[in-house]
Design a protein around this ligand. Structure first.
Ligand code: ADP
Ligand code: MG
Length: 364
């Protein structure tokens, strides 16, 4: 489902900008500091409530302004539906609207339109912390399992309560039992959903590792690591690690500690692949989940590609563009150079924007 239009007000160095997108590829070029990444960031913020470069969303409010507003319009041609999404962030509040009605959580907006970000700092999924891999997998599970975000929210709440009880030190075992039962029930659901989707993703990984020539290096396996003892239920693990949890004042077992172990011919993929190959591998992981999502639910993703020409060689870049075209994914990409439209994209609708210190002008 393509995004037709975005209006950005007081976001980073943009005072007020209206952008009309094409369904294919949209290229933003301009010098460092012009505001290219901020365009992608604004779109990502409106659809997810997050920024991919800061956890402090308030820092996106333009200097001397008291709030930022981003409006996004997307159209689902098949269903003949128009989605008008509006998000307003001030220093003390966040307001979200969908077709003029108040929305209480960003999950309701994120569900409409899957957005996939590819930028330098998220191309280290292999060697980075487990949190990045968990977030990667949860992106998919969120989009395919309707219940997931609710269960995850409940899980995190209970985990917080259990941890604060542990920190207080004094507690009745019975009290802890109550939390453990609930934590285990949500935790098992989260774990099963992740595991199932990771398994179903495998053929899609293979497809892209093949396309990008990484399959010849060795056979790849993706294993879900639950975050507690392998052959126990979560409830059993919570019970057996209780003394230790009390001593450390936090909960050691659960899907908040899970991971994906990625191996190539039995060795950690990060040890086998060069830095450049690792980046290509991460791109394959992202393409694979969008391919799977499209097949399973019909949802087409929007790809935000920030400065990837400086990360990938031209052959791999061309393969990325071809794959995105196959996926019918709308693309917003940034580049320092005035762009050559990639050969494979000439036939796709495309729009080129020049970004200059907070002013964006359309070039075609
Ligand atoms: N809250 C803000 N208010 C005003 N300007 C900002 C704010 N945050 C960042 N900027 C400026 O916005 C510009 C946008 O940077 P960025 O989008 O990273 O540019 P590019 O990706 O083109 O290199 C930078 O010059 C930065 O100093
Ligand atoms: Mg940038």
């Amino acid at each position: 489902m393509p995004i037709k239009k975005m209006i950005v007000t007081d976001f980073r160095n943009f005072k007020s900008q209206t952008l009309q997108f094409s369904d294919g590829i949209n290229i933003f070029f301009g010098v460092n500091g012009a505001g290219k990444t901020s365009v992608l960031e604004a779109l990502n913020f409106a659809l997810t409530g997050r920024s991919f470069r800061t956890s402090n969303i308030k820092s996106t409010i333009r200097e001397n302004a008291d709030k930022t507003i981003v409006f996004v319009q997307a159209s689902d041609k098949q269903k003949n539906v128009l989605y008008n999404i509006g998000v307003e962030k001030s220093f003390h509040a966040t307001l979200m609207k969908l077709n003029n009605l108040d929305v209480s959580s960003f999950a309701d907006l994120a569900r409409i339109l899957p957005v996939q970000v590819v930028e330098p700092s998220n191309l280290n999924l292999l060697e980075g912390a487990p949190e990045g891999r968990r977030r990667y997998l949860d992106w998919l599970v969120f989009h395919v399992e309707h219940e997931f975000s609710h269960q995850w929210k409940r899980y995190k709440n209970i985990l917080k309560q259990r941890n604060s009880l542990l920190r207080r030190g004094k507690m009745e075992p019975l009290e802890l039992d109550v939390w453990d039962t609930q934590l285990a029930s949500y935790g098992e659901y989260i774990s099963e959903s992740r595991q199932k989707n990771l398994e179903e993703l495998q053929p899609f990984f293979s497809k892209y590792l093949n396309i990008f020539g990484l399959a010849s290096i060795g056979s790849t396996t993706f294993k879900y690591v639950k975050g507690w003892e392998m052959n126990s239920t979560l409830l059993e693990s919570l019970k057996s690690s209780r003394e230790n949890d009390i001593r450390k004042a936090h909960t050691k077992s659960g899907p908040h500690r899970s991971d994906i172990r990625i191996e190539l011919s039995g060795k950690p993929a990060g040890e086998v692949l060069s830095r450049g190959q690792q980046k290509v591998f991460c791109v394959c992981m992202k393409l694979a989940q969008c391919d799977y999502l499209r097949l399973r639910s019909g949802k087409e993703s929007v790809f935000l590609l920030d400065d990837i020409a400086s990360e990938l060689d031209s052959l791999n870049l061309e393969k990325v563009y071809e794959s995105l075209q196959e996926l019918n994914a709308q693309v917003l990409l940034t580049s320092i150079q005035a762009p050559d439209i990639p050969t494979s994209q000439i036939k796709r609708s495309n729009t080129v924007f020049h970004v200059e210190h907070g002013i964006i002008s359309q070039k075609n």
